[in-house]
Write a protein that binds this ligand. Structure first.
Ligand SMILES: Cc1cc2nc3c(=O)[nH]c(=O)nc-3n(C[C@H](O)[C@H](O)[C@H](O)COP(=O)(O)O)c2cc1C
Length: 419
């Protein structure tokens, strides 16, 4: 099967090469960088060297100023990527050799037909030269014209065309041909969610917030039912499903829990001093009475008896399972537009007494659930200056605790970029 042909066009310094490399990022496949630039002076040689280093070892660089088609014929018959950088220099190299305009265009057509027969995906970088004023020099005009003509031919023949505008890729032509040869991708479409479904799931994850500010609006019982059923579909050790959900709406019960919080919070504040204590005391850490519903999620540590599959060595796995249910609840609630705030600043003994919870049942989470004016854009503790999100890449080790990283690295896309 032939690969995809992609043209990346744009002005100088518009981010074309960076984007071309990005299209191949995190894909395990052969990668060839076909450079048409020649190191004619020290500055150029230095630039080429710098770019090679930036690309990294996974790239094989081949320099071919005049006949890129010959390289494609030799190297393009394997799955992977070939980036040609760039057409404009290739054209100028041919002009410098006094090759006639007609011959140049024939070579462009030949190059395109070779690209179309390659197994590799071919990414070709070119420059938009025509946006400025008409050059005074006839030779400059001729160059601009042949560059524009070549770009038009490439754009009409290639599968996909991306125009770079100030570092932002704008797709101006697409095709249905699959681009990636990533062996890590699942080829069975039933295994992977559609882009819309994936986006929805990630949105729930990234936009979930712990909320302490609620508005007095009742919770739709159907929504609550869906959220609790989502919680009930969490994984659990030995399929133990050790949870119960105590749904609390009675203000007198809520008042008791609020009192419990007040006492526990005053004690907790004593653990801090000075400015930190001041900051702690300024934080709102619960919404017990304001939230329409409170839910106490408990764990029955005796469910399924003393021998639970998978729980022989780590006895707390029943508690872990209950936390999984809480996370499901939290995410489903976010998707339903319901706010959730977890309150752990409570005496569990007092909670058990107030809610008539038997001894063998452990409260795991006390949740305030309801509607909010707005979900905080960031964790409230981050906005308040209490803590920051740690960089995830610093938390991932490879093969052993703090072990050296291997070739396999997780890639973290920039969520602000749309490609
Ligand atoms: C086990 C657990 C207990 C928590 N207890 C409280 C609490 O007592 N009061 C509170 O205001 N937030 C509590 N939180 C919420 C955290 O402060 C919050 O998750 C964290 O700051 C990150 O913010 P985010 O959930 O909006 O991403 C708790 C969260 C978890 C997971």
């Amino acid at each position: 099967m032939s690969g995809k042909t992609i043209l990346v066009t744009g002005g100088s310094r518009s981010g074309k090469s960076r984007h071309a490399l990005k299209l191949t990022k995190n894909i395990n496949a052969s990668k060839i960088f076909l450079a048409t630039a020649e190191p004619l002076d020290d500055e150029m040689a230095e630039r080429i060297q710098k770019h090679q280093e930036e690309r990294g070892k996974e790239w094989t660089t081949i320099e071919e100023p005049l006949d890129p088609a010959s390289v494609l014929k030799n190297k393009g018959n394997q799955p992977g990527f070939i980036i040609l950088d760039c057409v404009t220099l290739w054209l100028s190299n041919m002009i410098m050799k006094n090759i006639a305009r007609q011959t140049i265009l024939e070579r462009v057509h030949e190059f395109i037909s070779v690209c179309k027969n390659c197994t590799s995906h071919i990414i070709v970088i070119t420059n938009e030269l025509g946006s400025g004023i008409v050059p005074l020099e006839p030779s400059a005009r001729a160059f601009r014209d042949i560059a524009g003509e070549t770009n038009q031919i490439l754009a009409s023949e290639f599968d996909e065309v991306i125009s770079m505008v100030s570092g932002i890729p704008v797709t101006i032509k697409t095709s249905e041909k699959p681009r990636d040869t990533d062996q890590t991708k699942d080829k069975n479409p039933e295994h992977e969610f559609s882009p819309g479904k994936k986006q929805g799931l990630y949105e729930a994850i990234y936009k979930r917030r712990d909320v302490r500010h609620f508005i007095p609006k009742p919770v739709d019982p159907e929504k609550l039912g869906r959220v609790l059923d989502a919680a009930h579909h969490a994984g659990s050790v030995g399929y133990m499903q050790p949870w119960n959900f105590l749904v609390i709406t009675d203000p007198t019960v809520k008042n008791k829990i609020a009192l419990n919080f007040k006492t526990a919070n005053e004690e907790a504040a004593q653990k801090f001093s000075g400015d930190q204590q001041k900051l702690y005391n300024s934080l709102k850490l619960e919404g017990i009475q304001d939230a329409a519903v409170n839910i106490c999620v408990t764990c029955d540590r005796t469910r399924f008896g003393p021998n639970v599959l998978g729980r022989n060595t780590v006895f707390e796995t029943d508690l872990f399972s209950t936390c999984c249910a809480v996370q499901n609840l939290w995410l489903a609630a976010r998707a339903e537009g319901l706010a959730v705030g977890w309150v752990s600043i409570l005496s569990n003994d007092q909670l058990k007494e107030d809610l008539d919870i038997p001894d063998h049942i452990q409260p795991v989470a006390y949740l305030c659930v309801g509607h909010t004016e707005s979900f905080y854009p960031k964790p409230m503790l981050e906005t308040a200056g209490w803590a920051q999100r740690l960089p995830v890449e610093k938390l991932i080790y490879y093969n052993k605790w703090q072990g050296p990283s291997t070739d396999f690295k997780v890639h973290f896309p920039d969520p602000t970029k749309n490609d």
